[in-house]
Design a protein around this ligand. Structure first.
Ligand code: AMP
Length: 206
């Protein structure tokens, strides 16, 4: 079974999906993480993607779709898609590759997003996500790696990414509502309540 996490940047898609891997047995596929890995490894795809990411723009559909297709060809488990699809063209391409069982729509506002992303820190080694509001150390508690702020987590780029979300990704809510796949979750709620609610949704569509 496959689940999509939909929502603006900073809605908590990555945090929630990573917290649900162990209990659901689903693979966590984050196109943002995959692109950051390509950039770290200085690949051709990484070099091309970086210019778009740094400006808060979307990476072209063809690059993303090819990258996801390749990754899915190595994946046997069901998948939690985080940050993909982000356009209707990507959603249509995904329909041609696999079946989607549920779409978790995490809703929030631009001000909450700016607050959250502004305090976000990532581990250089394992990619774990922290926020200065609840974690003040400079090293990762999981692997000891150094924490850093993403280059695209500036207030200006966050606003741009939110606008891009509204223009290009939000239409997917109706795309999947028409297919009766959407489950709405308030992204501003308590983390454990959100995990419990999403677990129950995944259980019910399994
Ligand atoms: P994320 O980690 O999901 O916030 O993604 C960071 C950045 O990577 C985005 O702002 C985009 O520039 C790029 N990106 C990630 N996923 C996609 C996608 N599915 N389509 C286009 N660009 C993407």
């Amino acid at each position: 079974m496959n689940v999509i996490f939909l929502g603006p940047p900073g809605a908590g898609k990555g945090t929630l999906a990573s917290r649900l891997v162990a209990s659901t047995g689903l693979d966590h596929l984050s196109t943002g993480d995959m692109l950051r890995e390509e950039i770290k490894n200085n690949t051709e795809l990484g070099k091309e993607a970086k210019q778009y990411i740094d400006e808060g723009k979307l990476v072209p559909d063809t690059l993303i779709i090819d990258m996801v297709k390749q990754r899915l060809s190595h994946t046997k488990a069901g998948v939690m898609f985080d940050g993909f699809p982000r356009t209707v063209a990507q959603a249509k391409a995904l329909d041609g590759i696999t079946t989607i069982d549920a779409v978790i729509n995490l809703s929030t506002t631009v001000n909450v997003v700016i607050d959250r992303i502004g305090g976000r820190r990532l581990c250089k080694q394992c990619g774990a996500v922290y926020n200065v509001s609840w974690y003040s150390k400079s090293l990762c508690e999981k692997c000891g790696g150094e924490l850093y702020t993403r280059a695209d987590d500036t207030e200006e780029t966050i606003k741009k990414r939110f606008d891009v979300y509204l223009a290009e990704t939000a239409p997917l809510i109706d795309y999947y509502r028409d297919k009766q796949l959407v489950h709405d979750i308030d992204a501003n709620g308590d983390i454990q309540e959100k995990i419990d609610a999403i677990s129950a949704i995944i259980e019910s569509v399994k």
